[in-house]
Design a protein around this ligand. Structure first.
Ligand code: FE
Length: 285
């Protein structure tokens, strides 16, 4: 049994996205361009409507999956093919952009706290041009496992014999939201070769001897187990892991394809109004 250690701490970079939304990005910055199979992690969180009210008006995606997890607030998703859905506090949305989606993600609130994560997961080359699809999950749909001082919400993968919202056969992604009371510990077995990270967003926590500061992405070394301990304030963090695709890819903004030519084609298609080939199917949840 090899316990994973801290490989690298990546501080969040505050950037402006969409029409002027302030987000904290870790994966997808110069310090960590990607963490195969993960392409980007944005943490958004503000009590100030000025930081989020502009939202994310119509924008394209091709070649990967977006997985949005709302902690607080209410966002509305609309796409170019007429789908509409709500992202509510504690709920999630999984969207396979595949061959192309143009959508908007707009706040449905003008005050109060907006908080959550968006993770981009790469698709294997063979599936980059597959038909788009998405699933929405209400807060009540998220499986929870609770023990004294420990609460785990299962967004993807399996934990304690339970299935999360999503099972992704391409990466076998695990995505847990873990809340620990002061001094409590948490351990999870992981496939040794999967990429894995912890992102603490409340309280304080440590991984062995290493402190895990707030709003830093802690990339873990390979190993088949991860152990996180909460400090005196307790802690809340996401633990995410997935099997690397080990394929070359080229990213240009919202287009992530196998080659430069395929990225160029995505831009040509977008400008010509041909990015969206087929309606994104809303899958039953
Ligand atoms: Fe988007």
């Amino acid at each position: 049994m090899t316990t994973r250690r801290l490989d690298k701490l990546v501080p969040a970079v505050e950037i402006t996205e969409g029409a002027g939304v302030s987000v904290h990005r870790t994966i997808g910055t110069p310090a960590l361009r990607s963490l195969d199979p993960f392409l980007m992690l944005d943490h958004f969180g503000s009590e100030n409507p000025d930081d989020y009210i502009a939202g994310f008006p119509d924008h394209p995606h091709r070649g990967f999956v977006t997985f949005t997890y709302m902690l607080d607030g209410h966002m509305e998703h609309r796409d170019s093919m007429g789908n509409r859905g709500d992202l509510l506090a504690g709920g999630a949305q999984w969207m396979k952009a595949g061959s192309g989606v143009i959508h908007s993600e707009m706040p449905k609130q003008s005050a109060g706290r907006m908080r959550g994560f968006q993770l981009w997961i790469n698709l294997p080359r063979a599936e980059k041009m597959s038909d788009p699809a998405y699933q929405e999950f209400s807060p009540e749909a998220v499986p929870e496992v609770a023990a004294e001082g420990v609460r785990v919400r299962l967004l993807a993968g399996r934990h304690a014999g339970r299935r999360g919202l999503i099972e992704d056969p391409n990466t076998d992604a695990l995505y847990l939201d873990v809340t620990l009371a002061a001094g409590k510990g948490f351990a999870e077995d992981l496939p040794a070769e999967h990429a894995a990270f912890v992102y603490v967003f409340e309280g304080d926590a440590s991984l062995g001897e290493a402190a895990l500061p707030l709003h830093h992405l802690a990339v873990l070394t390979p190993g088949d187990r991860v152990e996180v301990a909460a400090g005196p304030q307790g802690a809340r963090f996401i633990l995410v892991a997935g099997r690397p695709l080990n394929e070359p890819f080229v990213q240009y903004g919202p287009f992530v394809m196998g080659t430069r030519e395929e990225v160029d084609q995505a831009m040509i298609d977008y400008r010509a109004g041909r990015l969206v080939r087929t309606r994104a199917a809303r899958l039953a949840t």
